[in-house]
Design a protein around this ligand. Structure first.
Ligand code: F6P
Length: 327
């Protein structure tokens, strides 16, 4: 039987995502409302290892719901992935009496949480925070909606200039292992093609499609490629197209880290607030080794294992929609 949780720590880990601050705020205020002490842990697991931990009050999270980034800062901590690092982290937490943790991050961060709570008697609950939306067991992750809207806004602007010059633009969006930003932003901006890591890129098919459009004098085309596409990023694709279709006036635009910043959308603020609230409830109910995910607009506790072992699957139908609507 697990001990009753009385003091909880909250941290953000991995790549930052807009809405993380809203999640921190919800954890702090729900914890305090329920009579818990809440501690902020700086720079992800680094703060646990290096004892960079401070007590938070309700006012500590004032005026942050609308801010991108994370007031707790974030990092990818190598030391925590060693037994010695985790032992240090445990000793620092127990000195302060912290007996529950909320980890806001992606699958790498969840892996760390799972290992830690299997080794030590500190229950961990995750909040899925990543712009990539690549966590199995939840329909959405905190930050995805903002990132994809940032991408859409940028691609719409690119379309204006592409249209003015009759150009082909290859736009690279984030997603080292996941194509959700590319797929959603590609459909929403009417892209001709979307290239993602989860699907083999048939470059011959891409060339054939463009050549056929060239014959129809359709020269304004947008291709959205995820950075982790197995064929290469935007520069690589552009190089091949230029060689094969010299008539095309090709330009590349790499959107990069602007997708990670900015004020979170209403949707991200809402899910972060709801997830943060549920994470504290979850710890108080004595559940652990789970993360709070959203399925059909309802919050669920999902085993961390599911996020760590499985991948979200790209729908065949969505890929078909790209193809049909771009014709
Ligand atoms: O996981 C989020 C993400 O933005 C990926 O889409 C991207 O590949 C990666 O982080 C970039 O990480 P970094 O900011 O450390 O270069």
């Amino acid at each position: 039987m697990k001990k009753k949780v009385t003091k909880i720590g909250v941290l953000t880990s991995g790549g930052d995502a807009p809405g993380m601050n809203a999640g921190i705020r919800a954890v702090v205020r729900t914890g305090i409302y329920n009579g818990l002490e809440v501690y902020g842990i700086m720079r992800g697991y680094n703060g646990m290892v290096e004892n960079d931990i401070f007590k938070m009050e309700s006012r500590s999270v004032a005026n942050i719901i609308q801010r991108g980034g994370t007031i707790l800062k974030t990092s990818r901590c190598k030391e925590f992935f060693t037994p010695e690092g985790r032992k240090k982290a445990y000793d620092n937490l127990t000195k302060l009496g912290i007996n529950g943790l909320v980890i806001i991050g992606g699958d790498g961060s969840f892996r760390g949480a799972q290992t830690f709570s299997n080794e030590y008697d500190i229950p961990c609950v995750g909040l899925p925070g990543t712009i990539d939306k690549d966590i199995a067991g939840t329909d959405f992750t905190i930050g995805f909606d903002t990132a994809v809207n940032t991408a859409v806004e940028a691609i719409d602007k690119i379309r204006d200039t592409a249209d003015a010059h009759d150009r082909l633009f290859i736009i690279e969006v984030m997603g080292r292992d996941a194509g959700y930003i590319a797929l959603h932003s590609g459909i929403a901006t009417g892209a001709e093609n979307v290239l993602i890591p989860e699907r083999k890129t048939d470059i011959e098919e891409v060339i054939k499609q463009l050549a056929e459009k060239e014959r129809r004098h359709k020269l304004v085309n947008l291709i959205v490629v995820a950075e982790g596409d197995e064929f290469g990023g935007a520069d690589e694709i552009a190089k091949i197209i230029k060689e094969r279709l010299p008539m095309q006036d090709v330009r590349v635009c790499i959107l990069g880290h602007i997708q990670r910043g900015g004020s979170p959308t209403c949707f991200d603020r809402l899910i972060a607030s709801r997830m943060g609230y549920s994470a504290v409830e979850c710890l108080m109910e004595g559940k652990f080794n789970v993360f709070v995910g959203m399925i059909n607009n309802r919050m669920h506790y999902i085993p961390l294992n599911e996020a760590v072992k499985k991948k979200q699957r790209i729908s065949e139908e969505w890929m078909k929609i790209v193809k049909i609507l771009a014709s």
